[in-house]
Design a binder for this molecule. Structure first.
Ligand SMILES: [Zn+2]
Length: 88
């Protein structure tokens, strides 16, 4: 069963890459700019981070594990505190 799951995961990756190649061959869609600031959706510590901050590693890959902010101001307006580590 474990192997079956692994194969499914691999095929999902292959399919994703195939679509990506197709997009690139077609000139590619305009790359959506992801919001630069994110915060854990579950943590009680209301801190937001720059994307790529090492402290986002725990939640950034979880579905629904984080919320995104278009700008620093938006995050601050939502009552969040900038992370000191990444200088958000
Ligand atoms: Zn941070």
């Amino acid at each position: 069963m474990i192997q079956e799951r692994t194969m499914q995961d691999l095929w999902a990756v292959v399919e994703e890459l195939r679509q990506r190649v197709e997009e690139l061959e077609n000139g590619g869609p305009p790359a959506p700019v992801p919001p630069d600031y994110i915060a854990s959706a579950k943590s009680n510590r209301k801190t937001f981070h720059r994307r790529g901050c090492r402290f986002t590693g725990r939640f950034v890959n979880l579905a629904g594990g984080f919320q995104e902010f278009e700008s620093r101001d938006t995050a601050v307006a939502a009552g969040l505190t900038p992370c000191k580590s990444c200088g958000a």
